[in-house]
Design a protein around this ligand. Structure first.
Ligand code: ASP
Length: 320
């Protein structure tokens, strides 16, 4: 949708939303409620299947999003998450992850090395510490104390790609629109409760110490059980600057559909920044199980699992 139409439609909608500001309870008890459901960024069928299998076992959205996120984390061929993730420009694989449940609990790890499943460490931070976020050495110490294994996550393929990059790059981190497979995953459990997770190795060949949006609650993931959830992928700096997932949930709270909320959050970026050189994709789900997605550029897709059936859907995007 071009900007003018978007503004026309959203302002018409905003007027309408102001008149019908009390839809939440009605939404929650809607006879059309559509859950359990799992939705994740990019082509992540195996992750969704694992999330779905987990839902069959415990019914809980939190277990499902963790199970889903663990799949690309352990996949050496996924070069932007966990094991096999491309390293920073100094050759370190540094990982960011966060998780949030339906009660508003949240946990995250950032700048974590050597642990294959940062999402599970994030969940342990949430459940076993009084904190929300642990970083670097401290996050690693905590993970080891929790029984996680210390491993080398830099695969031969990732090392080769890094050495190639070093030859050409002049040591400058570069934004690459196409190379984003970070998983953000949202689920509604069998009781309709919402949870979300995100995990990544961040931008390939980033500066050592760089942390993106993925461990930041409100940026990469936000859930509120009165409303729904949202998650993000793409160039984290701009998700951080606009607090995208929190924004989307608040827009849904104020009456937007998940689709309208994702579009408006993309517009916040498009209006203020030189968006043509990078990609951001947003996903959102409300308590009825309605979902939406929107991206800046062509090429963003996402994976939906409902009633045990998984499909990949091409997202709509701004830069037509
Ligand atoms: N959002 C992630 C980051 O900026 C990257 C991605 O989505 O691929 O670290």
């Amino acid at each position: 949708m071009k900007r003018r139409n978007f503004i026309k439609q959203t302002s018409a909608f905003t007027g309408l939303a102001a008149l019908v500001q009390q839809p939440l309870l009605a939404q929650q008890s809607s006879p059309t409620a559509n859950f359990p459901v799992v939705i994740s960024t990019w082509k992540n069928e195996k992750a969704n299947e694992a999330a779905w299998a987990s839902l069959q076992k415990t019914g809980r959205a939190l277990d499902a999003v963790e199970a889903g996120a663990r799949v690309p984390e352990a996949d050496p061929n996924d070069t932007s998450v966990g094991y096999g993730g491309f390293p920073d420009r100094d050759g370190h694989v540094t990982l960011d992850a966060c998780i949030m449940d339906e009660k508003g609990n949240a946990g995250s790890v950032t700048f974590l090395e050597h642990i294959m499943h940062p999402i599970s460490v994030a969940r342990a931070v949430m459940e076993k510490t009084p904190h929300v976020m642990l970083s670097g050495e401290g996050a690693l110490e905590f993970a080891l104390a929790q029984g996680f294994k210390k491993e080398n996550l830099l695969t031969e393929t990732a090392k080769k790609a890094w050495l190639e990059w070093k030859k050409e790059s002049k040591y400058e981190p570069k934004i690459n629109i196409e190379r984003h497979d970070t998983i953000g995953v949202l689920a509604l459990g069998t009781k309709g409760e919402v949870s979300g997770a995100c995990t990544t190795s961040g931008l390939a060949f980033k500066m050592h110490g760089r942390v993106g949006d993925s461990p930041v609650i409100g940026a990469a993931v936000f859930c509120d059980d009165e409303v729904g959830g949202a998650c993000a992928t793409g160039l984290g700096e701009f998700v951080l600057k606009t607090l995208g997932s929190f924004l989307i949930v608040e827009l849904m709270r104020n009456g937007r559909t998940p689709q309208q909320a994702c579009e408006e959050a993309i517009m916040r970026i498009v209006k203020r920044y030189d968006y043509k050189t990078f990609q951001i994709g947003y996903l959102a789900i409300n308590k009825k199980g309605d979902h939406g997605a929107y991206a800046i550029q062509k090429g963003f897709n996402y994976t939906l699992t409902k009633e045990g059936v998984t499909k990949v859907i091409e997202s709509d995007y701004y830069m037509k």
